[in-house]
Design a protein around this ligand. Structure first.
Ligand SMILES: C[S@@+](CC[C@H](N)C(=O)[O-])C[C@H]1O[C@@H](n2cnc3c(N)ncnc32)[C@H](O)[C@@H]1O
Length: 253
């Protein structure tokens, strides 16, 4: 993907795909790669409403977390847990399905952090995320795109955080294939989902939610070649971590 004009920083003006020549708008620094998509349904439809995006971080997220886990898990503790698992990235870090990009903003404040990119499919969430990043003076690059496809070159990313949103992805196998492709060797993937309910999985699917068990996630992440699977169960949430294997060093004698 290249800018149509010869410029180092793109604030307005399209990006053009060097392969298919399709053009994608950039407005106020946000590149929008969602050209055509099915109308959102289930819970996602709500997450695309501006008033939901505006109240998400302050009211909705804390209320949902408290209701589901029945305990307060303060945001800084949650961030520190993710941060400790992401390692020391040496290439851009992606906040995948970022919502209002609360964790991208926090990552961007870390010293020696490479570029932080925040990606979400919801226009309303991205708009709110941009406004909050501006207010916090945080330097974050925003992309509107729809997972499971990830619009990054092979081995371009140093780490990927997908907080509270793995269960929104219907095709996790495809997403994990993309994660294995775009991560650099040694790059880590950290995600949270919620555990499948004992009954009524169909209802969750109808709401556009796909909770998965530890065994399913471990199997799917291993199948795409990621290693070092670890997990933490914080009912009803499940945190998983895996990483792209480092290349073996061959010494010549
Ligand atoms: C519950 S919010 C989580 C946001 C944030 N990561 C957090 O921890 O608060 C889920 C987010 O995932 C986004 N999302 C859902 N499906 C997506 C997809 N296929 N591609 C990109 N973003 C998606 C939604 O728009 C929403 O902003």
């Amino acid at each position: 993907m290249l800018p149509e004009a010869d410029t180092a920083e793109i604030v307005f003006g399209p990006l053009r795909c060097t392969k298919c020549h399709a053009s994608f708008p950039v407005a106020e620094g946000v590149v929008d790669l969602v050209v055509e998509r099915e109308a959102p349904s289930g819970l996602q439809r709500g997450l695309e409403r501006p008033w939901v995006a505006r109240s998400y971080e302050r009211y909705l997220r804390p209320a949902v977390t408290l209701a589901l886990s029945r305990r307060r898990f303060d945001r800084e503790s949650e961030y520190l847990l993710y941060r400790s698992l992401l390692g020391t990235p040496t290439a851009p870090v992606l906040d995948l399905c970022c919502g209002t990009a609360l964790f991208a903003r926090r990552l961007a404040r870390e010293p020696n952090m490479p570029t932080v990119i925040a990606l979400d499919v919801s226009k309303a969430m991205i708009e709110e995320a941009v406004a909050q990043a501006r207010e916090a003076n945080a330097t974050v690059d925003f992309v509107r795109a729809e997972a499971p496809l990830l619009p990054f070159a092979d081995e371009a990313l140093g780490a990927i955080l997908q907080a509270g949103s793995l269960h929104f992805i219907a095709d996790a196998d495809r997403l994990f294939g993309e994660i294995a492709r775009v991560l650099r060797p040694g790059g880590r993937y950290v995600a949270t989902s919620y555990l499948p309910p004992r009954f009524g999985a169909g209802l969750h699917h109808r709401a556009g939610l796909y909770p998965r068990s530890e065994a399913e996630l471990r199997g799917a992440l291993t199948d795409v070649g990621l290693v070092g699977f670890e997990r933490m169960v914080m009912p009803p949430f499940l945190l998983v971590k895996a990483e792209k294997p480092r290349r073996e060093r061959h010494t010549v004698h």
